[in-house]
Design a binder for this molecule. Sequence first.
Ligand SMILES: *Cc1c(COP(=O)(O)O)cnc(C)c1O
Length: 229
Amino acid sequence: MNFCETAYASVTARVAVARQAAGAPPPTLVAVSKTQPAAAVRALAACGQRAFGENYVQEAIAKQAELADLALEWHLIGPLQSNKCREAAQHFDWLQSLDRPKLVAPLARHRPPARAPLNVLVQVNVDDEASKSGCVPGDIAALAAMVAAEPRLRLRGLMAIPAPAPDPGQRRAAFGRMRALFDALRADHPQVDTLSMGMSDDFELAIAEGATMVRVGTALFGRRERGPG
Ligand SMILES: *Cc1c(COP(=O)(O)O)cnc(C)c1O
């Protein structure tokens, strides 16, 4: 087996163990392929991986063109600038990083009629750190209502990138806060089904706290040359 296949088998096995321990259905694994060449995505797709996450719109579009022969699902997980809404709406299946009202109307307007509605997650800043992206928890309800009102968008749930805390207990507490916010959102929007949290270092903790989607880069592809975006 090559590195990709070994890493894929190891990550999927760890996900399976964590979700069995949690008594939860299998979470969706999003392979975060930012900075990785199209060939690396192709190799992982050959292992059976279907969902891929990218941080930069232009980088993703170039890769998608090289991989047009594959039926992959593309997630935009990086911060979205308003001048990139059109391309984001045209080239992705999911937007995981909606963090402000201003983006909602342009995303809906530019979603091509031939495609299914764009799946949208509201990104939440669960640590109240000024430097992190994501809306504050108090803004989730209003932003979610705006998305739910757009027929060309489909509200699916929440995403978070908790601040890296050395203490696993602290990290787990942040995931637990996200789970509570997710349950509150679901009470208003029963169609919501996705809580995206957990990365290479902590996806098991996230699954224990109810993640239905994890975003894993390094553990699948190895260390990145460039830093995370
Ligand atoms: C880079 C990135 C990931 C993956 O991080 P790893 O630690 O490499 O698994 C997940 N989510 C987001 C939003 C990212 O930017």
